[in-house]
Design a protein around this ligand. Structure first.
Ligand code: FAD
Length: 299
């Protein structure tokens, strides 16, 4: 990777185009994930941090979408505003959705200048366990097909280095990735995880299953250890035993140093292992994400 990151003069046409353009000069992509804010204070904080993150020139950003469409309006509003500044991926989920409702959102994204859609199944919320069953779209593959059929937008999909919780095996996940590619997906982004070996394994299995999708690792900076450990538990990501022990025995400040040291090493190792870029889960904050971007030579 070159030490100085070139400022690419124009917006990429797609996520794959961003990856290719960076790769052509030996570089990797930098991107950030945001979620729709829950109240006015959170909204002000999001836009403050977003402005700081734009200063490090990400190749693209993405905005999550609540399964069941609970935050539909806020998510679309955040996407609309970001799409004016930077190449934006809108996440979209199947849970509780109808074909016509999904078509409307796809059209909205196209009109807002969104460059790509991350097509996801989502999970039924705890208080509506049958929400997925009740909706018309049941799997991400159906949503990939719908987006490709309805628009010219690029489509990305989810990948799970530590296996999707409902999947019988990593090999099964790799086969599902291959089906997603056949349905029209162009790239994959991973769930949070903490092991380079896990990334190499899902990538090897995906290739063995016939997949050529670039797999962009999702990296969560461990700046607030308690929060990240909670999220890891929820997503089923295994925290390495030694890291867990060190975080649990440290006070808050020490835990931040330990966590961020680990994140930087992990992120650099992922890039050295061939990852096309880093998608940083910002949790709508900027400091830790910028530390990771700079520490990996991506900013
Ligand atoms: P699918 O690909 O539909 O897979 C779900 C399960 O079904 C898997 O076990 C899979 O193996 C199995 N499966 C799928 N198709 C087949 C098939 N044809 N044959 C056999 N088995 C099959 N959730 C949100 O609500 N909002 C978000 O914005 C959001 N963003 C995310 C971003 C990233 C990068 C990632 C990795 C996840 C995100 N999620 C989000 C979470 C995601 O919705 C859940 O992890 C969900 O459980 C799986 O979604 P999926 O798209 O992988 O589903």
């Amino acid at each position: 990777m070159s030490a100085i990151r070139e400022d690419l003069s124009s917006t990429p046409k797609s996520v794959v185009d961003a990856i290719d353009r960076r790769a052509s000069t030996g570089q990797k992509t930098l991107s950030f994930e945001f979620f729709p804010p829950k109240d006015q204070d959170a909204e002000a904080s999001l836009w403050r941090n977003y402005s700081k993150l734009l200063e490090v020139a990400p190749d693209f950003v993405s905005v999550t979408y609540g399964a069941g469409g609970s935050n539909r309006e806020t998510s679309l509003a955040v996407v609309d505003r970001m799409a004016r500044d930077v190449f934006t991926i809108g996440h979209l989920t199947c849970v509780g959705s109808t074909f016509s409702g999904s078509r409307e959102i796809i059209k909205h994204f196209e009109q807002a200048g969104v460059g790509s859609i991350l097509a996801l199944r989502g999970d039924s919320p705890r208080d509506q366990p049958d929400a997925l069953e009740k909706g018309e779209l049941k799997t991400a593959i159906e949503l990939v097909e719908l987006v490709r059929g309805e628009s010219s937008l690029e489509v990305g999909v989810a990948a799970f280095p530590e296996k999707h919780p409902e999947s019988p095996s990593l090999q099964h996940d790799a086969q599902v990735l291959s089906l997603k590619q056949n349905a029209g997906a162009s790239y994959a982004m991973t769930q949070l995880f903490f092991s380079v070996d896990a990334y190499l394994e899902i990538q090897a299995k995906a290739i063995a299953a016939g997949t050529t999708l670039p797999i962009i690792p999702g990296v969560m900076p461990i700046s607030n250890a308690a929060k990240v450990l909670r999220m890891a538990e929820m997503s089923g990501a295994a925290v390495p035993a030694d890291l867990l022990r060190r975080l649990q025995n440290a006070d808050e400040d020490e835990a931040r140093v330990i966590g961020m040291d680990y994140t930087l090493q992990f992120a650099n190792d992922l890039l050295a292992a061939g990852a096309p870029g880093l998608h940083i889960f910002t949790l709508n904050f900027s400091k830790a994400a910028i530390e990771v971007a700079k520490g990996c030579g991506l900013a």
